[in-house]
Design a protein around this ligand. Structure first.
Ligand SMILES: [Mn+2]
Length: 304
């Protein structure tokens, strides 16, 4: 019978449930774990092309390609032996109600944080980060953010529910400390008045990655940090599957180096957002997101 068990399934296409083929745990609050992955299939705050509600499923599907490696290169250990990760499936909310979605996500994260778990969200559009920051701020006070994006998401002409104003609302609500926060990969119009350290894509693409790493560490210091990764910080030639692509972005090898350097940072929560599989080619955006997600988790396993 064992031959028919999904535990023995090493295929890249079947029995694909949670991230990294983890079984779905629908009661994550009482389960023992370090990190809880939650899919957030929400894209009602998208200003450009919708479709990131299908992001979590695409990322999970692509992550199956990463399961066969016991120790992901170039790490020298098996993450499963150092970090307990569970995937609790997708957040459920009343379809059509952005407020219900907002409340449900914040409550879900608060429950997890109160049971001493960290949360890794798979979006969804970037609006999902706002209820997450509200939950984190309730427990940790004003936190720092590392924000990878093509946009600052500080645009003042947005409605209450808009993925282009998430960081502005987070600032106005006092959830984050801009002086301890950094935005990386920006290449649309921006204003420095908000206090963030901004490393635009032209700068990131023209200097050695070690300079960027040192800058991140010097800005963040020892502050508790929420890492939010908008996939559109990457160049559209690498990550076309997203709602608001902008050319001139970062390369995946640059971003891999930056993510791997974050093992020295006190990360308390993470997300990857804006993967929109409808505009993807050969699942490359989903694979990139899945791989970066695994790399983010590896940085946390080093700390354990
Ligand atoms: Mn964004």
């Amino acid at each position: 019978m064992n031959n028919f068990s999904c535990n023995n399934d090493h295929s890249l296409f079947s029995n694909a449930f949670g991230f990294l083929r983890l079984p779905l745990e629908f009661d994550p609050y009482t389960q023992c774990s370090d990190w809880v992955i939650t899919g957030v299939p929400f894209d009602m705050a998208t200003s450009g092309r919708p479709g990131s509600r299908f992001g979590p499923t695409a990322i999970r599907q692509a992550s199956i390609n990463l399961v066969w490696e016991q120790c992901r290169w170039p790490w020298n250990f098996n993450i499963r032996e150092k970090l307990k990760i569970i995937d609790c499936g997708d957040l459920v909310y009343k379809i059509g109600s952005i407020q219900n979605f907002t409340d449900n996500l914040q409550i879900h994260i608060e429950h997890l944080l109160n049971s001493r778990k960290k949360v890794f969200l798979l979006g969804g559009d970037h609006y999902i980060t706002l209820p997450a920051l509200r939950a984190y701020s309730k427990i940790f006070g004003k936190i720092a953010i590392i924000h990878f994006d093509a946009h600052t998401d500080c645009y003042s002409n947005c409605s209450q529910y808009d993925h282009g104003a998430v960081m502005l609302y987070a600032l106005n609500e006092g959830l984050i400390n801009p002086n301890l926060s950094i935005q990386i990969g920006i290449r649309t119009e921006y204003d420095t008045k908000f206090g963030f350290t901004i490393l635009d894509s032209e700068f990131v693409n023209s200097v050695d990655t070690s300079i960027i790493v040192n800058k991140i560490i010097s800005v963040i210091q020892n502050a508790p940090v929420y890492l939010t990764f908008d996939i559109d910080c990457l160049d559209p030639s690498i990550a076309p599957g997203t709602g608001t692509p902008v050319i001139g972005g970062l390369t995946s090898s640059c971003v891999l180096k930056l993510i791997r350097s974050l093992k020295k940072i006190n990360i308390i929560g993470m997300d990857i957002v804006e993967v929109s599989p409808e505009y993807d080619c050969s699942q490359i955006t989903a694979l990139t997101a899945a791989t970066l997600g695994l790399e983010m988790l590896y940085t946390q396993a080093v700390i354990c």
